[in-house]
Design a protein around this ligand. Structure first.
Ligand code: AMP
Length: 388
């Protein structure tokens, strides 16, 4: 079971989105074939894979047949049901293991795991039933964020409260879900660390990324994040503790809040490559998706060294299509900017359609280039139609 899976083998991915697409491209470059299992046809990942199987995650017979047909199963969609991962695991190695998914797809279990590992999280309280509301309000009386325990990402399933008096009504409006009430963290910066752990326990960590959000969704990432050496070391220690503590084989991302004094609070975990790590494809010797391939195949990890002093990434959201197809030639006229598109036809507002990466001598220069290149995509349009 621990023998390496060598190039030429077929790797299975659960989920068909852009993370699976970039995994597939990295795997293909190393000589692997990739099969994608997803609930849709013509998915971003399926378009570049050797095989695309359309099926429901709940069709456990189809999931079992898929797992039997590949050398290893990984996932690009963290809300794959636990039963799906467990079924696959009876027929092929699943990496990271389903129990990692089980921890990270539920905010209450995730918080409990982080606390058990002694890692810093915001003051919080669990809400499972109405009876928990008073205790939660007493534990987190001030400004807070109420988050559903399940199905949360990119700010979905959460609401800001200015005080605990708003809690009962907000919880009822959400539909009385299992939830966590979290103290609002007055952060000065959002950071992320993308790490990878091999089958042999080796760990590699990229230096922290600095992330700016728009409408709760990642907008621009810079690397390296402008943090002190002590904060950098603390971020790395936290990420290593999570990778080892959860016995992850594969890539895992830790999202962090940096406080004014440089201390860190863990916001959440993603057991997979992360939007903030997309710039590693162009800016690092071995990008996050190749690391995922290497880790799940039991191969040595690659170098996390950068090939440039600084880099920046800007997401291309569907809003950019508001006035028609973006002007790709204008964006590509920036020679240090690299364009990545995910093969999605339907450019809805708020949908991640692609990203741009730029390298530079400094963070400021890389960020300026990537923002200018993105602006150039819609520059010839009336201002009202320019989107994000
Ligand atoms: P999440 O889906 O938990 O990653 O939250 C989405 C975004 O909401 C984060 O990136 C933060 O910008 C903000 N946010 C979430 N939780 C908190 C918190 N406890 N305090 C302050 N801001 C938060």
């Amino acid at each position: 079971m621990n023998a390496p899976i060598l190039p030429g083998a077929e790797l299975g991915v659960l989920g068909g989105g852009q993370l699976g697409r970039m995994f597939t491209v990295a795997a293909a470059r190393l000589g692997y074939r990739v099969a994608v299992y997803a609930p849709d046809d013509d998915t971003p990942a399926g378009q570049v894979a050797c095989r695309e199987l359309r099926g429901s995650y709940d069709d456990l017979d189809a999931v079992a047949a898929f797992a039997r047909s590949v050398a290893v199963v990984t996932f690009e969609f963290e809300n794959v049901p636990l039963a799906t991962a467990e079924t696959a695991a009876r027929h092929a190695p699943v990496r990271p293991a389903g129990r990692v998914l089980g921890t990270t797809q539920d905010r209450l279990r995730e918080k409990a795991a982080l606390t058990r590992l002694g890692l810093p999280v915001a003051p919080h309280a669990a809400i499972e039933t109405e009876a928990d509301l008073a205790r939660a309000a007493a534990a987190v009386p001030g400004p807070s964020v109420l988050k559903t325990a399940a199905w949360g990402y990119d700010g979905k399933g959460q609401v800001r409260l200015s005080g605990a008096a708003e809690l009962p009504a907000a919880w009822v409006r959400m539909g009385r879900p299992r939830a966590v009430l979290e103290a609002f963290v007055p952060f000065r910066r959002e950071l992320s660390v993308v790490g990878v752990r091999g089958l042999d326990g080796a760990v590699a960590l990229y230096e922290p990324f600095g992330n700016a959000h728009a409408h709760h969704v990642l907008d621009v990432t810079v690397w390296p994040a402008p943090v002190s050496a002590a904060t950098r070391a603390e971020a790395a220690a936290i990420a290593r503790a999570v990778l080892e503590g959860l016995d992850v084989v594969g890539v895992l991302t830790v999202e962090l809040f940096e406080l004014d004094d440089g201390r860190l609070v863990v916001n959440e975990l993603a057991p997979r490559p992360h939007n903030s790590g997309h710039l590693t494809i162009d800016a690092h010797t071995c990008g996050q998706f190749e690391q995922q391939v290497r880790a799940v195949c039991g191969l040595p990890l690659g170098s996390v060294d950068a090939v440039a002093p600084a880099a920046a990434m800007a997401n291309l959201m569907g809003d950019l299509w508001a006035g028609g197809t973006p002007d790709w030639r204008a964006g590509l006229a920036y020679p240090t900017a690299r364009l990545h598109l995910y093969g999605k036809d339907d450019a809805r507002p708020g949908r991640k359609m692609g990203h741009l990466t730029a390298l530079g001598p400094t963070v400021a220069a890389a960020e300026a280039t990537v923002r200018e290149a993105r602006a150039a995509l819609t520059l010839r349009r009336p201002a009202a139609l320019r989107g994000a």
